[in-house]
Ligand binder design. Structure first.
Ligand code: G3P
Length: 218
């Protein structure tokens, strides 16, 4: 399973990259705003800064909701760097844009997926990735991981090449569950990735090893 980090924070992206487990980055307009990145020029140069850190796909979201606007924006975004994947919302115009970009060989990530039907449409339109938001489904007492499983089954039934990118991942159990059901990618915060490495028995064990080593060398 590929690990993407879901942030526009350059420090966290660098930290995850240096950990050696980072395969890409996803962003959205809310994550950009959270870092205080506003205005088209600043946003475009921030995408470039992200691409310069990582070795992998970087999702950059369009903010138009009409077909022509999405195409115009997407074509500008892919000029920034070869790593850019155009992130398109799951709306009617978005489906048309997915098809357009797929025919042009431009990679896409269809975002705001909350149902298997939406994921099926995105795959038929040729999306490279679909992003079901598992945390936001869990928030409304709906099974986010169950949706990932359902989409994987549908894609396998028909051999769709669209990759299932579990988004809105909030904690380490989400990551483990995504891996169990076979998601292609998960995108989440650095904190969730770092929590994967924690175990009290590891800390206790290491403390003892170091203490025993010190005894023999004192
Ligand atoms: O990748 C989608 C993500 O940014 C949404 O996460 O935590 O706002 O639901 P969240």
């Amino acid at each position: 399973m590929k690990f993407f980090i879901d942030t526009a924070n350059l420090k966290e992206i660098k930290e995850a990259y240096e950990l050696g487990v980072l395969d890409g980055v996803t962003t959205n307009p809310s994550l950009m705003a959270k870092e205080g990145i506003t205005g088209k020029d600043n946003i475009m140069s921030h995408y470039k800064a992200i691409c310069d850190i990582v070795d992998g796909d970087v999702s950059a979201e369009v903010v138009s909701v009409d077909f022509e606007g999405m195409i115009r924006e997407g074509e500008e975004l892919v000029e920034i760097d070869d790593k850019i994947v155009v992130k398109i919302p799951m709306i009617k115009e978005g489906v048309k844009a997915l098809k357009y970009f797929s025919q042009k060989g431009i990679r896409t990530n269809c975002t705001l997926i909350f149902s298997a039907g939406q994921a099926l449409l995105a795959a038929k339109a040729g999306a490279t990735y679909v992003s079901p938001f598992i945390g936001r489904l869990d928030d409304i007492s709906t099974d986010g991981i169950g949706l990932i499983e359902q989409i994987i089954t549908i894609y396998r039934n028909y051999g769709f090449e669209t990759q299932v990118l579990a988004a809105s991942v909030r904690h380490p159990m989400h990551i483990i569950q995504c891996a169990e059901v076979g998601a292609d990618v998960m995108t989440g915060p650095l904190s969730a990735m770092e929590q994967l490495l924690k175990h009290p028995l590891t800390d206790i064990g290491l403390e003892k090893f170091l203490a025993d080593y010190a005894k023999g060398n004192s």
